[in-house]
Write a protein that binds this ligand. Structure first.
Ligand SMILES: [Zn+2]
Length: 440
């Protein structure tokens, strides 16, 4: 018999029933039809009988062997194998062993992760920043982040989800950018399980789930007063600000693109999206967000029409979007015409970053990229001029003090101003008149 029985009963009548139930010939065929085994006491149905037999004995299928060499339990006649086979499924004892091993490994992994995270936790707890030294684009982003999450920025912790109103489409990229620039810290102790994990022995972080915060200022610590250093910033880094605006404007156009794709049941592959972003970003050097919306509206509608043709697939149709945008930009460059009356759809937010850019520099979706980038470039030049004037003033003061001629120097300077020169021109002349300046 290919089944071994382990009786749970000592009642001879019941033992007899079990033996008859499981009796089989050398070909694995059961000798007693189930219907011939009933009635047994009050049991009249074959299905009830199978259930009852299961309570009377443990049956082991000697044809179905676990890797450890032990046979598997058979719950009824239909579960018994006709021929000998090695089973891939573990027996109960092996399953329990596997579970214990899995739990032990998980506990060891957790302990290793915690041990490796400990120095990071300590470092994050003691971190501070010099708010005054933060880059302009970081400061502008922090202003927008403050508008999004409020004092939680430094008092508590926040995640990408909490600041999803930073930008119209992918706010997370801006929060991640601050984190990678070392401006935001992360708090492993406040994080959900799974935020940190080990890969090849190194701790990795899933930034989108991380609990983030702004570390305190080195001098003023955390709070409104310290944060006012960032609010009162005099922006001057035209290159960093131009780049930030381009990233934001591109995100504003991508949001519109995604909404249009959803409307027309179009799906863009991640690789294709990267190329589209490149093209849109290039277009934004000249045109406004609103003008790019118009182009996007047109090309997505065309792609959707294309995908409905029998010989075109949806993928092939959306793959044409980047090229179509480029074509529209080239056409606009040649003709000098591009509609800019496209307005922001009701559900499409400006985001706090867009609001801050508007408040500080008067930029909105109708601002042409050309003008925005020119404005930032001029701001950079103005800043350089201011810094030159500052250098001149320092040279003038230093020379007059060195030569011990402050009164004469101030009279000469006043004379130059009275003759109608600007402060800067008067300084240039005053310094040039002083022959000592050239030898110092
Ligand atoms: Zn086993």
């Amino acid at each position: 018999m290919a089944v071994e029985l382990d009786f749970l009963t000592t009642d001879p009548e019941e033992m007899e029933l079990v033996s008859r139930y499981w009796a089989m010939n050398e070909y694995g065929e059961f000798l007693m039809p189930l219907k011939d085994l009933v009635p047994f006491k009050e049991i009249k149905q074959p299905a009830q009988l199978t259930k009852f037999v299961r309570t009377l004995c443990l049956a082991y299928d000697m044809n179905d062997i676990c890797k450890c060499g032990k046979p598997h339990r058979a719950s009824g006649r239909s579960g018994v194998s006709k021929s000998q086979r090695q089973s891939h499924r573990p027996c109960e004892a092996c399953l329990e062993q596997q579970l214990l091993e899995k739990q032990a490994k998980e506990a060891a992994d957790r302990a290793e992760l915690e041990a490796k995270l400990a120095p990071h936790v300590e470092w994050m707890n003691s971190r501070s920043l010099a708010y005054r030294d933060l880059a302009d684009d970081s400061v502008l982003l922090l202003q927008a982040l403050y508008a999004s999450v409020g004092p939680r920025l430094w008092e508590g912790r926040f995640t990408h989800d909490d600041c999803s109103d930073l930008s119209p489409y992918n706010s997370g990229q801006f929060a991640s950018r601050l984190y990678r620039a070392g401006v935001l810290g992360d708090d492993p102790e406040a994080a959900w399980q799974g935020t940190y994990y080990l890969s090849e022995g190194e701790v990795r972080i899933r930034l989108e789930y991380a609990k983030l915060f702004l570390p305190p200022d080195v001098e003023l610590g955390s709070g409104e007063e310290a944060f006012s250093l960032l609010i009162d910033r005099d922006f001057k880094n035209s290159e960093a600000l131009s780049k930030l605006w381009l990233d934001y404007a591109c995100d504003d156009v991508i949001r519109y693109l995604m909404d249009q794709c959803e409307l027309h049941n179009q799906f863009i592959e991640p690789d294709a999206l990267v190329k589209i972003q490149d093209t849109i970003r290039h277009g934004l050097h000249t045109y406004s967000v609103s003008q790019l919306w118009f182009i996007v509206w047109k090309v997505v509608r065309d792609a959707a029409a294309l995908s409905r043709r029998s010989y075109y697939s949806q993928e092939r149709a959306t793959a044409t979007i980047a090229t179509k945008i480029r074509k529209q930009l080239e056409f606009a460059d040649q003709t000098g015409e591009l509609r800019d009356t496209w307005s922001r759809p009701p559900a499409h937010i400006v985001g706090t970053l867009g609001i801050v850019l508007n408040e500080l520099f008067g930029i909105d979706e109708r601002s042409r990229g050309e003008s925005v980038l020119y404005m930032f470039a001029q701001m950079g030049k103005q800043q350089e001029a201011n810094s030159d004037a500052h250098e001149l003033a320092v040279a003038f003061m230093r020379d007059t003090l060195d030569l011990d001629t402050p009164l004469q120097a101030l009279e000469a300077f006043a004379e130059l101003i009275r003759s109608g020169l600007t402060t800067e021109d008067a300084l240039v002349k005053a310094v040039q008149r002083n022959p000592e300046h050239f030898t110092s």
